[in-house]
Design a protein around this ligand. Structure first.
Ligand code: DC
Length: 227
């Protein structure tokens, strides 16, 4: 039987992690999990229910009422996240959520809740997961780890194009300041800050096409799988 592995993809906001993770999973017949979607869905729940996430008691009881499930959508060929049975894949990409998600993701109770579920999803291996702490905290023994980066202006442009389709009122400045703020909070928080795992392979895609980056990652994955 083929040797299944865990592949982790961490890195800065909007540097193409999910694009690479989705393609890798598809090519290898693996499951793709967007761990950021979990933090975003939790944030959406907190905002809707006016939860003060700095208060442990409120946070703990709110988390008890949250069920997160990923379901594969045959049409879009994507797995989509469901918050208490509601498909929120689209809603969680909103700037309102993006503005608060990094703050929510600093809370230990929230991280413990998300990490425990992520680790369960990886029990059978054959998974590609992207995020900020996947190679360092969630799967420190993963067989293949990537740490992605790209020039900030390239990242802003990519995210702007993505968000503009949904919200034509958004400005480049708003997108840039949101990315910079998230990078800062994600890499400076106390619990599991964004760091490159020592054994992660750095992939800067500022000057790579999507196909070139996939070719590099796929070659490395196939080598690991056949070892
Ligand atoms: O990947 P993303 O932009 O959808 O992630 C949204 C936020 O969630 C990001 O700013 C930080 C947080 N996050 C995290 O702390 N740990 C992860 N493994 C994934 C995301």
């Amino acid at each position: 039987m083929e040797n299944k592995i865990i592949i982790t993809i961490d890195g800065w906001s909007s540097c193409g992690k999910s694009t690479l993770a989705k393609q890798l999973a598809k090519q290898l017949g693996y499951v793709y999990i967007d761990s950021g979607a979990m933090y975003r869905a939790i944030t959406l729940y907190f905002l809707r229910n006016h939860i003060d996430w700095t208060d442990d008691i409120q946070t703990k009881s709110a988390l008890e009422n949250i069920t997160l499930i990923f379901k594969y959508n045959e049409k879009s060929e994507q797995s989509e996240i469901f918050l208490n049975e509601e498909n929120v894949e689209y809603l969680i990409r909103d700037l309102v959520v993006a503005e608060k998600v990094s703050e929510v993701a600093t809370i230990s109770l929230v991280r413990n809740f998300a990490v425990a579920q992520q680790q369960r999803m990886g029990e059978d291996k054959g998974i590609v997961m992207d995020g900020r702490d996947i190679g360092t905290t969630v799967f420190p023994h993963a067989a293949l780890k990537f740490f992605m980066n790209a020039d900030i202006l390239v990242r802003v442009e990519r995210r702007f194009k993505e968000m503009f389709d949904k919200n034509p009122n958004i400005t480049i400045e708003e997108v840039k300041s949101n990315l910079e703020m998230r990078d800062y909070i994600d890499s400076n928080r106390e619990v599991s800050p964004l760091r490159k795992a020592e054994d992660a392979i750095e992939l800067d895609n500022t000057r790579l096409t999507i196909q070139e980056q996939l070719d590099i990652a796929l070659k490395l994955a196939k080598e690991k799988i056949s070892n």
